[in-house]
Ligand binder design. Structure first.
Ligand SMILES: N[C@@H](CCC(=O)N[C@@H](CS)C(=O)NCC(=O)O)C(=O)O
Length: 201
């Protein structure tokens, strides 16, 4: 399988963490693909008209996107349990998954906006407000995260916090979320997170 990949994309990281956790990473051929909002990439668009990464191309030529779908596909392929099949565990995992990817959407839009020559202050304020609200909610939910088995929800939240460390160091989020910080420290030690740490370069 071919994966349109970049070492810096937190959405790609989510897929790669799943692949490591599920033992299918060797089945992926990583193709370095540059995805930029202002410059649609024809190579990616041949497989995904949205020009976004991650995009997965199966061996029979079928394509899968976005990261939500790819992660579930890999889980299914490997017979994994990252997407609990039913009950409260399922809805908790899917909700955390949505929160993690939603937070990533906010952070990416925030980064785009703050790099503009004349950023819109109201937008920057809204992104900051939503990010702090996510952190406050998650700080309260750490006991639930701790009690649940590793799921796509944990992985998505971990990738969002990792991206915050990478692109928003000045937020110093740990100061306001000590329990979440301790939870993330343990998660970050998993080989899947160590192997996919977002690096500069
Ligand atoms: N909802 C998508 C988001 C993926 C996404 O936004 N990826 C970024 C890279 S981190 C991208 O491809 N941006 C290019 C663009 O927006 O044109 C997913 O979960 O895969």
């Amino acid at each position: 399988m071919k994966l349109h990949w970049s070492p810096k994309s937190p959405f790609v990281r989510k897929v790669m963490v799943c692949a490591h956790e599920l033992g299918v990473v060797e089945q992926l051929t990583l193709v370095r693909s540059v995805a930029a909002m202002l410059k649609p990439n024809p190579q990616i668009m041949a497989d995904n008209p949205l020009s976004k990464i991650p995009t997965l191309v199966l061996d029979d030529g079928r394509t899968l996107f976005d990261s939500v779908v790819i992660c579930e596909y890999l889980d299914d392929l490997a017979g994994g349990a990252l997407f609990p099949r039913s009950g409260d565990a399922r809805w908790a995992a899917l909700r955390w998954h949505a929160l993690g990817t939603g937070l990533l959407d906010v952070l990416i839009l925030w980064r785009n906006e703050r790099e503009k020559e004349a950023p819109i202050t109201a937008l920057l304020d809204a992104f900051a407000l939503k990010t702090e609200a996510c952190l406050a909610l998650l700080e309260k939910e750490v006991p639930l995260l701790d009690a649940a088995s590793l799921s796509i929800g944990h992985i998505a939240l971990g990738c969002a916090l990792g991206y915050m460390d990478y692109r928003f160091e000045s937020l110093a989020w740990r100061d306001r979320a000590p329990a979440l910080s301790a939870w993330f420290a343990v998660l970050s030690e998993r080989p899947s997170f160590v192997a996919t740490e977002v690096v500069e370069g």
